[in-house]
Write a new protein. Structure first.
Length: 494
């Protein structure tokens, strides 16, 4: 909320800073300028005094036109401020309660402009600041590393010379390729060797020695957890589920568990499989976690929320990917800050990619939106279907983005029905195969019926056709009722 909209309740916060400064532009205004530019943006108001009881009073400034001129002169002085991120109308004088004040609207700096540094009388060298709550604090080494990473073009595409393809998990590669083949059956890459395939999607690149080496995106997507943490020591993926009235987690997937690979691809497939089982109505979703074949917009929104967190996270810090499903909400937290303003991200249409290669890898199996409309889809779906909006927040100690999707009363975890409405739909065998390929537990005709909106009879017919096709390598467990189908070689948990 802007300063002029909250005159009845003055107080400093993440987006508002007051300075007394009756006669001159105070030196500490530049700390706030840097902090706002490096964080979410905000307003600095000259002419407001903090009282002994920590309330604030408008006291005004003298010669406001001169202070505006002085501010513009200094912000363009490269001996004082290393970058001017302001717009032409960012600084203005205003009358408040009969007194003159100066309002400085500092926008969030573009990713290529950070860090914005300033030099003050107490700091003899250029320093970057961060806004945390109502305070300006010096940017930490972790903050600066994140800004440098965001500045680098295709930072996740560079070859990691200390690693080889042996860092990748073969089962993950096979799982991914099966889903890719189901999603893109005509792609010539399906005939590639693993090395050529991984090079084409950006998981491998040529190192300084000319050999194919994992990229950061490839290591995150396909690597074994112990290899990933050799490069990114604080890497952690954590999914937790808690049902109504339970004090303990009913289900958990954590990357430090040595029973699975601990990488992003397997985490994504396994978490979306858990969401399928826990949120069947109205959250019916394709167990591959991909969009193809899904006809429920709520499922698409949930898919997008999970993939959005994984592909936009900053993995070089000390924070973790955390996904929590409880009776009230699905809450997803990823390390890193927004690259554009929150409102711009929600409005859609602008795609800023922290990890463009990782996003590309996910996109090839239909698991991410590269058009910048992901959050827009999530917000519109929750508004239209449930008359509620997700809660999207950004934090800066450390940098985190968190989205909470409130669960409707009809959700199974809230005591609602687990049977979705049937829809007349066609079932594509390639998409059905992709669904099978990513499932560790296999799928039944009931699962297919639930996900694709077809009858159980149609689902069984298509599953039987895949089973009968020797090129598909589909097996089935005939001891189950109904039969459970899976792709040969896929890991099964019984």
């Amino acid at each position: 909320m802007a300063f002029l909209d909250r005159l009845d309740n003055l107080g400093e916060d993440q987006h508002l800073e007051f300075k007394e400064s009756a006669f001159d532009v105070p030196d500490d205004v530049w700390e706030s300028y840097s902090a706002f530019a490096n964080t979410e943006g905000g307003e600095i108001v000259l002419g407001v005094t903090e009282n002994d009881d920590h309330t604030f009073t408008v006291t005004g400034v003298v010669e406001p036109d001169r202070l505006v001129t002085d501010f513009w002169t200094t912000v363009r002085n490269r001996q004082k401020v290393d970058r001017d991120v302001l717009f032409a109308d960012s600084v203005r004088a205003a009358k408040v309660q009969g007194l003159d004040v100066i309002i400085i609207n500092v926008p969030r700096a573009e990713r290529g402009e950070k860090p914005v540094k300033v030099k003050t009388r107490k700091d003899k060298q250029f320093t970057a600041w961060i806004r945390r709550g109502s305070s300006d604090v010096r940017a930490t080494k972790d903050d600066l590393r994140q800004m440098d990473y965001d500045n680098a073009e295709r930072a996740d595409r560079a070859a990691l010379d200390g690693f080889s393809i042996s860092a990748f998990n073969p089962t993950t590669i096979e799982r991914y390729r099966n889903v890719f083949a189901g999603n893109k059956p005509s792609s010539p890459w399906n005939k590639d060797s693993n090395e050529d395939f991984l090079f084409h999607i950006g998981a491998l690149a040529r190192g300084h020695d000319g050999k194919l080496r994992p990229t950061q995106a490839g290591l995150l997507a396909f690597g074994n957890e112990y290899e990933i943490t050799n490069f990114l020591p604080h890497f952690l993926l954590d999914y937790r589920q808690q049902s109504l009235g339970s004090a303990r987690w009913d289900d958990r997937i954590v990357s430090q568990d040595d029973e699975w690979s601990g990488n992003l691809i397997d985490f994504y497939f396994d978490v979306t499989a858990r969401l399928l089982r826990s949120l069947r109505s109205p959250f019916t979703t394709d167990e591959t976690g991909t969009r193809h074949g899904v006809r429920n917009p709520v499922a698409e929104a949930v898919n997008e929320a999970v993939s959005n967190a994984l592909v936009h996270a900053y993995y070089g810090g000390r924070s973790s990917i955390i996904i929590v499903l409880d009776e009230d909400a699905l809450t997803i937290t990823n390390p890193g800050s927004f690259l554009v303003d929150r409102d711009v991200a929600i409005a859609g249409g602008m795609s800023e990619q922290r990890n463009p290669t990782l996003m590309r890898i996910f996109w090839f199996v239909g698991a991410s939106d590269r058009a910048g409309s992901g959050l827009q889809t999530i917000f519109e779906t929750w508004r239209d279907r449930f008359d509620e909006l997700p809660v999207l927040t950004e934090e800066h100690a450390p940098s985190l983005v968190r989205i909470s999707l409130p669960l409707p009363e009809a959700s199974p975890l809230r005591g609602g029905s687990s049977v979705p409405k049937r829809r007349r739909a066609k079932l594509d065998d390639d998409k059905l195969y992709a669904f099978l390929a990513s499932s560790k537990d296999g799928v039944s005709s009931e699962d297919v019926s639930m996900m694709f909106g077809v009858s159980a009879r149609v689902a069984q017919k298509h599953l039987a056709a895949l089973y009968a096709d020797p090129a598909r390598h589909v097996s089935r467990d005939e001891a189950s009722a109904p039969y459970v189908y899976f792709v040969k070689g896929a890991e099964r948990t019984n």
